[in-house]
Write a protein that binds this ligand. Structure first.
Ligand code: COI
Length: 352
């Protein structure tokens, strides 16, 4: 695919303060844009990062046909840049696209476009441990029409942003039973904008109560754990690590989730993907078998949980020094990503 490129005259990369990177606040020099019209994708363009203008009638603003992905690029000690499992995100993006009646984005736009963009903005990939370049591909409906119907015109874009640690300390979690994130038959398995929009009010209320994130439960029985904030969730009960299964279509198939399960199984740890009720977690806690709990996601990577508030009862997780699984996973993933360990699984997609 031929990608037209208009470069900035002066890069802003030297303005990054490597010791103070705030997630999602600064964007690198360039962005990619590709438009879909009359049933096909036009030639993508890489242009200087900046505002885009659109009609107030642009359909995604009104009806939410809008999806995104989150991916990270890492720089190793030799200065080489690789992206973590981008093809898995590309596949998941197209799963989201299908559910939202949007066109597939072909590999030569999504993956090759990302490769071009990051090669151009390579000075934006931070070098320090725990830091990366967060890559945000997204697509939205661009019909200038406020009648309710699936759109025919779409725009795909990629922007990137240097990222440091998402959570600085273990999280305090509130188990939410009043609001529900996703239902069977809905869009819980997609990275559709509306999934995140619907969580803003509960998340605001949770923060006002002094908690970092919500532990969502299922919408039918209000007892099976689903996700934590915007992450997948894992509990270590006794010697087993348990994470909710994806059967009902209410949970995102996380790329970090899949990587974590593979690493744990390779290490000989039993991982179960199955319905996990909050009652089972409480019972394990009462028996002293709730050993660890953590969220996994692209942005936060591994986010250990310090405590859970379940209907006013506090469940305190054992002290950080005892966490074997989450600490090991954090290090193992970092070693693979920063090239300190041989990438036997071919997870790192080399860019330059
Ligand atoms: C992720 O961690 O995978 C996310 O998508 C988080 C993002 C919504 C900030």
């Amino acid at each position: 695919m031929n990608i037209s490129t208009l470069k900035v005259t002066d890069s802003r990369a030297n303005q990054i303060d490597a010791n103070n990177i705030q997630f999602g606040r600064t964007y690198s020099d360039h962005m990619l844009i590709a438009d879909y019209e009359d049933g096909h994708w036009k030639q993508p363009q890489i242009v200087p990062y900046g505002d885009i203008s659109m009609s107030p009638a642009t359909s995604f603003i009104h009806y939410g046909q809008s999806i995104f992905e989150g991916i990270k690029a890492y720089k190793n000690a030799q200065g080489n840049i690789s992206i973590f499992r981008p093809k898995d995100n590309w596949e998941r993006f197209n799963v989201s696209a299908e559910r939202m009646a949007m066109p597939h984005v072909p590999e030569d736009i999504f993956i090759d476009g990302m490769k071009h963009l990051i090669t151009l903005d390579k000075d934006w990939v931070p070098t320090s441990d725990g830091c990366s370049l967060y890559i945000r591909p997204f697509m939205f409906a661009t019909d200038e029409f406020i009648g309710v119907k699936p759109a025919e015109k779409f725009r795909f874009m990629i922007i990137t942003s240097p990222a440091g640690a998402y959570y600085s300390k273990p999280t305090r979690i509130y188990v939410q039973k009043q609001y529900i994130r996703a239902f069977p038959g809905g869009i819980g398995f997609t990275k559709a904008a509306g999934n995140y929009g619907a969580c803003m009010l509960p998340s605001l209320q949770t923060k006002q109560m002094g908690y970092d994130q919500i532990l969502w439960v299922d919408g039918l029985e209000h007892k099976y754990v689903q996700e934590i904030g915007t992450m997948n969730v894992f509990f270590k009960l006794g010697d087993k690590v348990i994470t909710p299964d994806l059967e009902a279509g209410t949970i995102l198939a996380g790329v970090t989730r899949a990587s974590v399960m593979e690493l744990l199984r390779d290490k000989g740890i039993t991982v179960e993907e199955r319905p996990l009720s909050i009652d089972e977690i409480v019972a394990a806690h009462e028996k002293g078998e709730l050993r660890e709990a953590f969220g996994t996601g692209t942005a936060a990577v591994i986010a250990p949980i310090a405590e859970l508030n379940y209907e006013g009862n506090m469940i305190h997780l054992p002290a950080e020094e005892t966490w074997e699984v989450s600490s090991w996973l954090k290090k193992e993933l970092a070693d693979i990503r920063y090239g300190r360990k041989v990438d036997t699984k071919n997870w790192m997609y080399k860019i330059c």
